[in-house]
Write a protein that binds this ligand. Sequence first.
Ligand SMILES: NC(=O)c1ccc[n+]([C@@H]2O[C@H](COP(=O)([O-])OP(=O)(O)OC[C@H]3O[C@@H](n4cnc5c(N)ncnc54)[C@H](OP(=O)(O)O)[C@@H]3O)[C@@H](O)[C@H]2O)c1
Length: 345
Amino acid sequence: MPTIRYVLIGLGNLGRRFCEIVQEKDADLRQRYDVDLRLVGAADSRGAAYDLQGLDLADVVRLKTSGESIAAYPAIGKTGWEAKALIEAAEADVMLEASPVNLPQHAEPGLSCIRTALEKGWHVITPNKGPLVVAYQELHALARSHGVKLRYDGTVAGGLPALNIGRRDLRGAIIHRIEAVPNLVTGYVVDMLSNGLTWDTALARARAEGVLESDAAWDLEGWDAAAKLTILANTVLDYPAQIEDVTRAGITGLAQEELVSACDRNFCYRLLARAERRADGGYNLSVAPVALGPDHPLGRLGSKQLGIVFHTDIYGTLTTIIEEPDPIPSAATMLRDLLDIYTED
Ligand SMILES: NC(=O)c1ccc[n+]([C@@H]2O[C@H](COP(=O)([O-])OP(=O)(O)OC[C@H]3O[C@@H](n4cnc5c(N)ncnc54)[C@H](OP(=O)(O)O)[C@@H]3O)[C@@H](O)[C@H]2O)c1
């Protein structure tokens, strides 16, 4: 049974839950896919730990659930050992990178970690949009030149396999239009406002549940949705868009009376990301709040649902929706990507 040695950068909502998923599914993964997944290194914002014989997932989960750093891992944890330095020093086959997005700034430490791992000839898996938005072409060229895979199915709509469907299952199609609700928190906030809660209360609740980024404007002003649309355009539409190409409006300009009135008429406002094919083969990209009626495929989305509609020439119109009440589906995308790289159909 092949052992897949992986390094995990970022042990927060997603990284820690990935450890829990693998811990729970270990026997099943061995039996069904003939793989032995071994965590050999891990890093968070305060330090790192490394052991080629493998870290104990239960110990990692215990440390992170209790708010400690991986630097406190018995015997091998080191405070101040940075993620990039860990990657440089480690021996492994694949890196999973789940650190903060850090856009619109520098997308670090994710970007440097991914570059370093690819240059070492490791496969890379990340649900982190930042590096893909900043350096999509460069990272793909780097992966190609080192003969390794770069997978990022968790970047666009949580656990919903938007990229996989778009690039794999719609092969051969021309996609005339994509309509997506890729950002969870804006729908959640809009629904709370529609139900009469004030902005302050709605934002406080979203923050307390950990679904609102610390930089609230990133979500509310549509940057997050624009970043996801940029990745979709590059990956699925083969259209080399930059985030600046997306016409963007967020939800902060919405009047609460309008939201309540729309709700009474059975309409629901969502921050809709759209790619519209032009006659020249390019795409117009936009993010804006739209009142979706009950006849729209995404018009009945629940508060914690995400969805995407692909309008194609030969596969008709395809709609996929996911309910994501916690980050487990998003964390599981890293397992999906890993198995995609290492197992045959
Ligand atoms: N949450 C979701 O539902 C979701 C869904 C899809 C995609 N994503 C993406 O997945 C990534 C991770 O999200 P998350 O919700 O797990 O974030 P999170 O809960 O904030 O966790 C971030 C992790 O990264 C670590 N970290 C921060 N700075 C670091 C550095 N300089 N070096 C190494 N590690 C560092 C943190 O360390 P400490 O533990 O020491 O704080 C923490 O363990 C983000 O890029 C996010 O956009 C998230």
